[in-house]
Every structure is written in structure tokens, then in C-alpha cells.
Design a binder for this molecule. Structure first.
Ligand code: HEM
Length: 437
């Protein structure tokens, strides 16, 4: 059925419903996520694919991803042996990386006291309030928009000043530089206004939060073998890697051991895993796919909208109907997946199932015209992060945490983050000198 909507009749369902968040926060649908199908969306998509997220552009941002990853692992290393709330560190990694790619510098501080004026424009606590405020009412959304306006004005001013100072020597360094340049381009089909620019940069930051949520899910998945816990849906322990070796059982231990073995065999313990190593790590790829199958970030994708009356698989669908594609249930459909509740990365080994919108049984980034345009960036960041976390540390639960206390419950919403934060203890696996940043 997903194929019917996202491939066969893709064009008819390629619009979005007009939700309040798109109107009040995303500059009257000036972003891309909530933009209705039409010339602005088409042009934005072209800009995303050819300018912002082309392979060449992503390559040019690789050093940022590496630097932020090294700093992240080094920070975690400093906390070895202590219980750590991982979510905060993952948010920081994701926002720092994406902020440098989009704005050229980190515009988010971890503490919350570094506001307008210095390097950071928005604090992490504030950004969280903003994101969670999206669930709120229109009044809150309007207040949020005012804050975002200030934020964007500051960023655009800084960039314009830099361009003026450098004059002929100016070369675009980040996405804002590129977008400001495009805004001056008289040949664009649709003139890019400042609201478009604001919408397009905002959606990049917002979507990068998908990454963080996904990463958190990677780390909490009770059966993927990094840290293990009870699976609420089955009320049965899948295994626990607590205190390195105790209670190691069944599939979880195998998964953990296999990923360790693969990393040791391909990379060794004398250097860090890198983006170029990823194609040589099929088991890691399988872990990622299996996690995306069980825990899609956007379980119902982003809503699509029928632009005209249409018949799909015998059903009459009226123009204006909202369509939600339930990737969560596709991922657990027993007619597609053998023992779908089990976490078994092996199911992907040697099989031609990808996450790029061609295999309709696995759609973490959607498919068709509205598919995530930044999927290659998303994949790079997720794969690199998970590979580094696995290579850098052994993971266990704090001594006072019982396996049965670990809840796998997810929050509701467009994305489904973990409801209760994961607290974990890390033990370094590699020689000390590698952790020095
Ligand atoms: C692992 C990371 C990510 C996942 C799993 C993901 C997933 C998705 C999904 C499921 C959709 C909706 C597809 C549909 O409606 O059919 C989407 C749309 C989108 N994503 Fe991502 N995303 C990720 C990262 C990112 C990042 C980092 C950015 C930008 C920096 C981004 C930008 C967008 C945009 C602009 C859209 C809207 C596309 C449109 O409506 O035409 N995503 N993403």
C-alpha cells in the first residue's frame, strides 16, 4: 500500500496539510518540510539537493563532522566510569555539527547562559523549550517565531558583514552564505525572500533533531546489544550486558560481540573508525537498518495531502485527504519480516534492502518526491556516531539500576523519542592517547 501512495500515485500525494506549526513557526510554509507542492517547494528541493546536500558539499563539511565527533568522544571519555545522561551529549553533538554546517559556527551553548552576542545565540535548554513548545498552542508558536526572527536577523547580519569585509575574496563557507547568494540571484524561478531563507535554515536545524532522536533510540534499543534491557512489549528480558559478561545471553550478546569483532578486524584498536570505513562494515550497517526497522524516527512519516480525487487499491480518496504512511507497522509486519519483534541485524546481511526509498518494507526516510532530501547526511552522521560509540566504549548500566527499571516506552508525537532518559556508564576500549582531543 505504501508503494501505491509514495510511488504509483506519488505526484497526487506530494503535498502537505497546512498545519499551525508550518504557518506560525515555519514562516508561513516558507520552509520545505511543510511547503505545499508547487514552484517554491520544487525550487527549494533543487537547492537542497544540488547546493546544500550534494555529495561535493557534504564532502566539504566532512572535517566538521570529524572534529565534532572527536570532541564528543573525548568529552565522554572524561566521564568514563560515571553514570551519564547520554541524551544531553548526543543533542550537543548533533546541534554543534549541524549548526557549523548551516551557520558556520556553533550557535548553541550547552549551559544556557551564553545568549545573544557571543558565539552562541540560542542555548540548548532554550532550543529544547522551543522544540517542545511546538506541541503547544498558537500563542506559544507566535512567541517562538519572534525569538527565531531575532536569531535569524543576527545570523544574516553577521554573514552579510563578513561578505562585505572579504569583498572579492569572499567564498561561501556554509549554508547561510549559499542561501544569501541565491537570494541575490535574479535568474531564480521563484525569488528567495528572507522568510524563505529563515524557513530553509530552520528546517535544517529542526530536522537534525531527528538525528539526535534516532541516535538516542539506537542507544536505548533493548535488543541491539549496545546497552540492553527489557522489551516492554513482550515483558521478557532479551539479555543484559551488565558488568561486562554477567547475564550475557542470546541474540543481544551475539550482536554486541559481532559488532566489536567487525570493528576490531576492519579498523583495529589503534585508530578511529572513519566515514570511508563504513562500506567495509556490513554488520554495522545491518544494526542501523534493524534499528530503523524497529524504531523509525517518524513512524507515520510527515503527513502527505491528496491534491486531487484518486482511486488507490480500490478505495476512493477525496482531494484534501491527509495520508499517513505507518512505517512502524510496516517494520513489524509478520508477512514481511520473520519474527519481527526480535532484533536480528543478520536478517539484512546479503539482502538487497536499502533505506533510500527503493525498498518499501523499510522507509525511514520516506520515498518519492517528498522523501528526506538530507538522507545522505543523516546516514553519514548516524553511521559514524554509532560506529564511534561502539568502537570507543563498552557500555553498561549504573550499578544501582536494575534491568527491569529500564523503560523502553516512547513519547508520542511526530517523532517518538525515548520517554525516560537513558543513564549509562562507559568503559574505554581503546588506548588512552586516542581520546585526547
Ligand atoms: C537520520 C536522520 C533523518 C531521518 C531518518 C529523516 C527522515 C525524514 C522523513 C521520514 C521525512 C518525511 C518523508 C515523507 O514525508 O515522505 C523527512 C523529510 C525531510 N527531511 Fe529528513 N530525516 C533525517 C535527517 C534530516 C536532516 C539532517 C535534514 C536537514 C538538515 C533533513 C531535512 C528534511 C527535509 C527538508 C524534509 C522535507 C522534504 C519534503 O517535504 O520535500 N532531514 N525526513
Amino acid at each position: 500500500m505504501a508503494k501505491e501512495f509514495l510511488k504509483t500515485h506519488d505526484q497526487i500525494f506530494a503535498s502537505r496539510p497546512q498545519l499551525a506549526v508550518g504557518k506560525y513557526v515555519n514562516y508561513n510554509y516558507s520552509d520545505m518540510l511543510w511547503a505545499p507542492y508547487g514552484p517554491h517547494w520544487r525550487q527549494s528541493r533543487k537547492i537542497y539537493l544540488s547546493e546544500l546536500f550534494s555529495s561535493k558539499r557534504l564532502e566539504s563539511f566532512q572535517s566538521i563532522r570529524v572534529e565534532e565527533m572527536r570532541a564528543f568522544v573525548s568529552r565522554l571519555h572524561g566521564l568514563s566510569g560515571k553514570p551519564v545522561v547520554l541524551k544531553n551529549h548526543l543533542v550537543c553533538l548533533t546541534l554543534s555539527t549541524i549548526s557549523r554546517m548551516v551557520f558556520g559556527k556553533k550557535h548553541f551553548s550547552v549551559s544556557g547562559d551564553d545568549q545573544l552576542g557571543s558565539n552562541s545565540i540560542m542555548s540548548l535548554p532554550e532550543f529544547k523549550r522551543i522544540l517542545f513548545g511546538l506541541k503547544g498552542y498558537i500563542k506559544r508558536m507566535k512567541a517562538l517565531k519572534k525569538k527565531l526572527d531575532r536569531f535569524h536577523d543576527h545570523v544574516f547580519d553577521q554573514h552579510k558583514r563578513k561578505k562585505k569585509e572579504l569583498a572579492k575574496n569572499f567564498v561561501p563557507q556554509d549554508m547561510v552564505d549559499l542561501l544569501l547568494q541565491l537570494a541575490d540571484d535574479p535568474d531564480l524561478d521563484v525569488k528567495l525572500t528572507y522568510d524563505h531563507l529563515r524557513g530553509l535554515t530552520l528546517v535544517s536545524i529542526f530536522c537534525s533533531f531527528f538525528l539526535f532522536l534516532k541516535l538516542c533510540l539506537f542507544l536505548i534499543d533493548g535488543s541491539h546489544g549496545l546497552i540492553t534491557g527489557p522489551d516492554n512489549r513482550r515483558h521478557k528480558y532479551l539479555g543484559i550486558n551488565r558488568r561486562m559478561g554477567d547475564l550475557r545471553t542470546d541474540q543481544t550478546t551475539t550482536t554486541h560481540r559481532k559488532s566489536d569483532q567487525e570493528l576490531d578486524r576492519v579498523i583495529g584498536r589503534e585508530r578511529w573508525v572513519d566515514e570511508k570505513d563504513i562500506p567495509q562494515l556490513p554488520y554495522l550497517d545491518a544494526i542501523m537498518k534493524e534499528t530503523m526497522r524497529k524504531h523509525p524516527i517518524a513512524p507515520l512519516l510527515v503527513p502527505h495531502l491528496a491534491m486531487e480525487d484518486c482511486k488507490v487499491a480500490g478505495y476512493d480518496i477525496r482531494k484534501g485527504t491527509r495520508v499517513y504512511v505507518n512505517t512502524w507497522s510496516i517494520g513489524r509486519d509478520p508477512s514481511l519480516w520473520e519474527q519481527p519483534e526480535e532484533f536480528r541485524p543478520e536478517r539484512f546481511l546479503g539482502r538487497d534492502i536499502d533505506v533510500k526509498g527503493r525498498s518499501f518494507e523499510l522507509l525511514p526516510f520516506g520515498a518519492g518526491r517528498r522523501m528526506c532530501p538530507a538522507y545522505n547526511l543523516g546516514l553519514k552522521m548516524v553511521q559514524l556516531s554509532i560506529a564511534n560509540l561502539l568502537q570507543a566504549f563498552n557500555w553498561k548500566l549504573p550499578d544501582n539500576t536494575k534491568v527491569e527499571d529500564l523503560s523502553m516506552e516512547e513519547s508520542s508525537g511526530l517523532t517518538t523519542p525515548r520517554k525516560f532518559p537513558l543513564v549509562a556508564v562507559m568503559e574505554p576500549r581503546l588506548p588512552l592517547h586516542l581520546y585526547k582531543n
